[in-house]
Ligand binder design. Structure first.
Ligand SMILES: Cc1cc2nc3c(=O)[nH]c(=O)nc-3n(C[C@H](O)[C@H](O)[C@H](O)COP(=O)(O)O)c2cc1C
Ligand code: SF4
Length: 787
């Protein structure tokens, strides 16, 4: 049909013609009033509803972005910070106006790890290298540092954040495995808990940290779910850190199993952590922390909304929180994080840790009755890596907390190649000496200890206790078994081998703290009953046990430093009142000096406790008035543990340096009017003995002689000791003073028994041991500890 025809056949309705006419007549006032109404509505809306921000990224070309880009070589990441994708709800990003680029402030990343079988150690090192490379070009970040939790002093890092560097803020990353047996991690957790609950300090004493995040390693084969303990210690550390930092969990806890998914989950966690670090570099802070996580009385319930979901990072009010959590995207983000999180829905994750929830609230609201029953653990269970490591090192573990090991001097004496300094000084035949400890645990983490940082430590005995009879029989059996194994070794002398089948001495030292064992007096009584002498070394941290100790043949206290600061650095004691404990032990030793032979054992470590400390040690001798002062250069065990503690061969003093120190100490004692002299030496072990004049015998045959022509009687009359004990009457060290110290053992004569054959390692006649340090140290057999 043509257009004209269509027009002709169609007619406008009359109503429409009226409206058009009206519009023509009134269009101006209609337009003006509509426009006015729209302006009013727009103004009202603008005032009442804040405009939604479309993007958190600064505009291209803005001064903020330029400034950040100048500082950040990671600038390609800036527009795509993915923290919000991974963290439940993500960081609360600041608006452009709020962003403050950190001025001169530096960020120091500290990576802490703990490891028993080295998986976490190796992973943490690679992780730190990677993160170091990624942050290297960014001037805000100082080079990340890595620390083994077995070696650091918790007080330095986990009471308050370090404050030694000006304009530096700290960020902690903690990578740890989980062990359901007793390990150093129990102490770490105990420390975090104690710090949080210590009324003297702020409950959030680490709040000056920029942030922290934790990654846990576990084993899903043995601990398939979190309820069953998967990564339980990492989860606990994460929670205590949340409390201590006042809600500064910068990135969610990551978890992984090295056998399956740890690599992937750790990579994701690392990426997330790096994003957060960039955010901090831009803004100077984390944004909001997890709601409630820093509350002293919080429980997981406060982290949940009614649906059991995790609280989003950036939400403040409960109503919007609920709505957000329901978003499937939020949950997917959480699942993206990995670390075992993908194995469970978010609600289960939060709910799964019910027993922990009780742990974390029993200090306040929740009744103790609901707490899970405490299981008393074994100190060194058979299936533990510590057990494996100790047995590999040649220890026989007896029961669950005692050990025995045949010492290299025992082997050497069996072959007629020299005995240890205890023979030269006190007449102990090394091949008849058993070295043992009824407690592999102790309350220090001395830098020179050979315990490889894996043995349990504790301030109190919290383990299953084995009966003394069982330990006594077990250690003797273990010792004899090892002696018998020497039967076929070339060079073993028949008569010494026969003598060795009768233990005559027991050195309660080795490693650990013997007086920690609750039945130590029963144990020493068993030794004495079989006429086995007892040399007991303790670490001066347990005054009550020391005071209660029954007589032993010779009682040692390790004096590893002359002042509080030095002692803290070298012994890294767990007790906060370590110096007061140390002082009390000296007072107790002073009282005991007329009952036992008392000895100060000084272990010299160059760079730690030698320089300028002779006067300080002389003050300590004046306080404790020991019968003897043994000064020994540290031996270097060349293990990763010593390296971890910052020890190298440079810390091992030359014998000449030990001699110089002893001369200085001797003079300092003389200046105080104390009657001591240098009695004997054993250059082979880098060891020198100062003795009280009580053991210098004059022409009248009595001790206490002050003349230089007196004879030292440092040796022990063992049979008299047992007679004294069995008499039931009080006795003094003089009552079992032995024969004259042999000439070859006295000061200036080296201390090597001329009847023994001097053998140099690897068949080479090297320079005499007194002349070189290398001969004494650095062998696979050289060890250091309490022994
Ligand atoms: C004796 C023992 C106990 C363990 N207890 C747990 C546990 O309770 N929960 C867990 O998730 N993993 C547990 N594991 C697995 C370790 O945490 C896991 O193997 C970890 O990767 C070891 O790290 P490391 O080599 O750094 O010590 C245990 C392993 C051993 C040998
Ligand atoms: S050297 Fe002795 S006191 Fe020090 S950590 Fe080792 S076992 Fe403990």
């Amino acid at each position: 049909m043509a257009l004209a025809d269509w027009t002709l056949t169609w007619a406008w309705p009359w109503e429409l013609i009226d409206i058009v006419a009206l519009w023509h007549e009134y269009r101006t006032p209609i337009l003006i009033s509509t426009l006015t109404a729209l302006i009013i509505i727009r103004t009202i809306l603008h005032i009442r509803v804040p405009r939604e921000k479309l993007s958190t990224s600064p505009l291209e070309g803005s001064p903020i972005l330029r400034s950040v880009k100048e500082k950040l070589p990671l600038d390609e990441k800036i527009p795509t910070i993915k923290a919000a994708r991974r963290i439940v709800g993500g960081l609360k990003k600041k608006s452009i106006e709020e962003v403050v680029v950190v001025g001169d402030q530096k960020i120091q990343l500290l990576v802490f790890f703990s490891s028993l079988t080295t998986t976490t150690e190796k992973t943490a090192k690679v992780f730190t290298d990677q993160i170091t490379n990624n942050l290297a070009a960014h001037s805000t970040f100082l080079e990340p540092q890595i620390f083994d939790l077995s070696y650091i002093d918790y007080d330095e890092y986990f009471i308050t954040a370090p404050q030694n560097e000006p304009n530096t803020s700290y960020f902690y990353l903690i990578l740890i495995p989980t062990y359901n047996i007793d390990t150093i991690l129990d102490n770490f957790l105990e420390h975090l808990q104690e710090t949080h609950n210590d009324f003297r300090i702020d409950t959030a004493s680490l709040s000056s940290l920029l942030g922290y995040s934790v990654f846990g390693f576990g084993d899903r084969e043995g601990w398939p779910t979190e309820d069953e303990g998967f990564c339980s210690q990492a989860r606990q550390v994460d929670k205590w850190m949340a409390k201590l930092t006042g809600r500064k969990r910068a990135f969610p806890l990551g978890m992984g199993d090295p056998k399956t998914d740890a690599t992937q989950h750790l990579a994701e966690w690392k990426e997330g952590v790096e994003d957060v670090l960039v955010h901090i570099a831009q803004t100077g802070s984390l944004g909001e922390g997890v709601v409630g996580s820093g509350d002293a009385v919080e429980s997981d319930i406060e982290d949940e909304d009614e649906d059991g979901g995790e609280v989003p990072f950036d939400e403040q009010n409960a109503a919007t929180r609920k709505a957000k959590v329901k978003k499937s995207a939020g949950l997917n983000d959480l699942e993206d994080i990995g670390g075992g999180l993908d194995a469970k829905p978010a609600e289960e994750l939060v709910n799964s840790d019910k027993p922990l929830e009780v742990d974390f609230t029993t200090y306040t609201k929740k009744p103790k009755a609901t707490a899970p029953a405490t299981v008393i653990k074994e100190m060194v269970p058979k299936e533990s890596p510590t057990w494996k490591s100790l047995t590999k090192q040649g220890y026989s573990i007896v029961g669950s907390h005692s050990g025995v090991k045949i010492c290299r001097w025992t082997k050497s004496a069996l072959r007629g190649r020299g005995s240890c300094y205890k023979y030269s000084f006190y007449g102990i035949a090394s091949h008849q000496c058993m070295e043992t400890t009824p407690s592999l645990s102790c309350s220090n983490k001395c830098v020179f200890c050979w315990r490889h940082g894996t043995n349990p430590v504790g301030t109190t005995w919290r383990w299953k206790v084995d009966p003394p009879e069982m330990i006594f029989d077990g250690v003797k059996a273990g010792h004899y078994k090892k002696i018998k194994m020497m039967r076929g070794v070339p060079g073993v002398r028949a008569e010494r081998f026969a003598e060795a089948m009768r233990i005559r001495h027991c050195a309660l030292s080795l490693v650990g703290e013997p007086i920690f064992y609750p039945h130590i007096n029963e144990f020493t009584a068993m030794l004495h009953k079989e006429h086995i002498s007892s040399f007991l070394v303790c670490n001066a941290q347990h005054p009550d046990q020391l005071a209660a100790l029954q007589p032993v043949t010779q009682l040692y206290v390790s004096i590893d430093a002359s002042n509080r600061e030095s002692l803290r650095k070298i012994d890294r004691p767990l007790h906060r009142d370590f110096w007061e404990r140390f002082q009390r032990c000296l007072d107790i030793l002073r009282e005991k000096r007329f009952q036992h032979r008392t000895v100060f054992r000084l272990t010299l470590v160059k760079g730690f406790n030698i320089e300028d400390e002779a006067e300080g040690y002389a003050d300590l001798v004046e306080k404790g008035l020991p019968c003897f002062v043994e000064v020994k250069g540290v031996t270097y065990c060349g293990t990763s543990s010593s390296a971890g503690a910052g020890l190298t061969m440079q810390n091992v003093p030359f014998y000449e340096e030990v001699c110089a120190f002893v001369l200085a100490l001797n003079e300092a004692l003389a200046r105080r009017g104390l009657n001591y002299g240098i009695a004997a030496e054993h250059a082979h072990s880098c060891c020198i003995l100062l003795a009280s004049n009580r053991f210098r015998v004059g022409p009248n045959g009595k001790g206490g002689y002050e003349g230089e022509d007196g004879k030292w009687h440092t040796r022990i009359h063992y049979e008299n000791f047992f007679k004294c004990l069995e008499s039931g009457q009080p006795f003094t060290p003089e009552d079992y003073m032995g024969s004259e110290t042999p000439q070859w053992a006295t000061w200036g004569n080296g201390g090597f028994d001329p009847r023994d054959e001097r053998v140099y390692r690897k068949g080479k006649k090297r320079k005499a041991l007194t002349d070189t340090q290398g001969e004494i140290m650095g062998t696979e057999e050289a060890e250091s500890g309490c022994g």
